[in-house]
Design a binder for this molecule. Structure first.
Ligand code: ADP
Ligand code: MG
Length: 344
């Protein structure tokens, strides 16, 4: 075959292969966009596990009329401008791909109104060259992204969708992680027209308030008994909740880690925690935790994986040992207090 430039839609569908694994990946991208736009309130409507519909409304900064077409096109972002920005990412998004990718494998409609603009507009992309159409709309300040029929035009991907229940449980998990990373945001989730989750905003960062949300996400027994800790060096900070070894679960369903507010499934962090628990834990139990690591943005590379599930630390050893020592000390102190308590 001769070499040909791919049509925009096809190029975007190929890119979508890396970012949009299932409806939950769409929810993650859209929620991250809303948070990057400083939204404090999210309403997430899901139909049929997300395959039929995913609609996310936020009260964030919105997208101006003359930027709607750009928002829908690939390699267009308001979050970075040059390579220096890429070295120290502070937003959740930066690739400028999500909306274009999602829009190429579903029916996507974007409706938005910045507070400074008197009217709202809606936009969607059509055809092989993904021409953007724009029409007047009605919408309060903020943005709604409405997605229907995920993978309707990519049957090979649609085949991999599981039952509505399974797909929804993946979405639920993504939202739990968001709920744990952003206490200050009010999140409502409706599935098939019924409200299934509500995480009210935690306005004051007090333990009692934080633990209430922790209970909603991780279960009340974890929230009640978990040990809170906080530790810092000159440039790293870690805080969070850990289950005491005797309270740890038998399955790894409560293992949450966040790096600079970004949800992660990080091998290095998990390894450090596992190692810290090693001598305290009986064989069948697994570490149970929600931990938050903060370090300077230029000390982590988030541009490692298209779905941004992974990060790379510049100082791997230091990060690992910092977590290991902090958690170990906490567990040791807890263990000691148990022994003293039993002896008294
Ligand atoms: P990225 O998040 O990597 O920049 P996206 O394709 O996810 O790329 O979004 C493209 C752009 O559209 C963003 O940079 C942002 O300017 C705008 N945008 C997307 N969603 C929202 C939203 N909910 N509120 C405000 N702006 C948004
Ligand atoms: Mg994005």
């Amino acid at each position: 075959m001769p070499i040909k430039q791919l049509p925009v839609e096809l190029a975007n569908q190929i890119a979508a292969g890396e970012v949009v694994e299932r409806p939950a990946s769409i929810v993650k991208e859209l929620v991250e966009n809303a948070l990057d736009a400083n939204a404090t309130q999210l309403t997430i409507d899901i139909d049929a596990g997300g395959a039929k519909r995913i609609r996310i409304r936020d009260n964030g900064s919105g997208i101006a009329h003359d930027e709607l077409a750009l928002a829908l096109s690939r390699h267009a972002t308001s979050k970075i401008a040059d390579i220096d920005d890429l070295e120290a990412i502070t937003s959740l998004g930066f690739r400028g791909e999500a909306l274009a990718s999602i829009s190429s494998v579903s029916r996507l409609r974007l409706v938005s109104k910045p507070a400074t603009q008197p009217e709202a507009w809606q936009a969607w992309a059509e055809g092989k060259d993904m021409q953007v159409r724009i029409e007047p709309a009605s919408h309060p300040d903020g943005t709604t992204v409405d997605i229907q029929d995920v993978f309707y035009n990519t049957p090979a991907r649609r085949k991999f969708l599981r039952t509505d229940k399974t797909e929804f449980s993946h979405i639920d998990e993504v939202i739990k992680r968001i709920a744990l990373s952003r206490w200050d945001v009010d999140i409502t989730v409706n599935h098939n027209g019924k409200r299934v989750r509500h995480y009210p905003a935690v306005r004051e960062q007090q333990q009692a308030h934080l633990r209430r949300r922790l209970a909603k996400v991780c279960g009340s027994s974890f929230a009640q008994d978990a040990l809170y800790f906080q530790q810092q060096t000159h440039d790293m900070q870690i805080e969070g909740w850990l289950a005491a070894p005797e309270q740890c679960r038998y399955q790894g369903d409560v293992q949450y880690s966040f790096v600079n507010g970004r949800m992660m499934k990080d091998k290095l962090i998990n390894h450090a925690i596992r190692q810290a628990y090693e001598s305290f834990l009986t064989a069948e139990r697994v570490p149970t935790f929600a931990i938050y690591l903060k370090l300077p943005a230029d000390q982590v590379d988030v541009n490692v994986h298209p779905a941004k599930h992974e990060v790379r630390f510049h100082q791997q050893r230091q990060v690992h040992d910092f977590i290991l020592q902090t958690v170990k000390q906490l567990l040791f102190a807890h263990n000691q207090s148990q022994i003293d308590h039993d002896a008294a």
